[in-house]
Design a protein. Structure first.
Length: 158
């Protein structure tokens, strides 16, 4: 079907091709999930409705004051069961995942010159800019200002 759609010169050709490619990708992911016996990571977590709710909360409300108890509550699990299951499936603890996600989002936000480091820290749920800078540097190996400068001028500083 994809080859036939690509050969034709019909109106809406690109829309059809895009939808077919989406369907093929979804099918490939489903097959991978069905055939893999030892799944770990996000794909595995997405097959667990309770972990999916926690991941969705982290991704949609990154700056919220999350802790193990509040994430477990969103997942509808006890703290200990949630922590154990999340770590088993994702390979890292819920708080480590939250921190990594926040720093990844912060790196994207720091590309916006209109946002100060303090504003980004607040948006990511940090109570102080100092705490944010410390965690950011521990995770990335660079301070937020350095990451912003490298992104702004490129890796060579030009």
């Amino acid at each position: 079907m994809l080859i036939l759609a690509a050969r034709g010169d019909r109106a809406g050709k690109q829309v059809v091709i895009n939808k077919l490619v989406d369907a093929i990708f979804a099918f490939a992911v489903c097959e991978y999930l069905n055939q893999s016996s030892e799944l770990r990571g996000v794909f595995s977590a997405l097959s667990d409705a309770r972990l999916t709710r926690a991941l969705e909360a982290i991704h949609c409300r990154t700056g919220e004051d999350w802790n193990l108890s509040s994430l477990a509550r969103v997942a509808g699990m006890s703290r200990s069961v949630f922590s154990q299951r999340f770590t088993e499936v994702m390979g890292i603890s819920p708080i480590q995942y939250l921190t990594s996600w926040r720093i990844l989002q912060a790196k994207l936000l720091l590309q916006e010159r209109r946002l100060s480091v303090a504003a980004v820290a607040e948006m990511m749920g940090y109570k102080s800019e100092v705490a944010f800078r410390k965690v950011f540097k521990r995770i990335t190996g660079r301070g937020p200002g350095e990451v912003r400068a490298v992104r702004e001028f490129g890796p060579t500083g030009q």
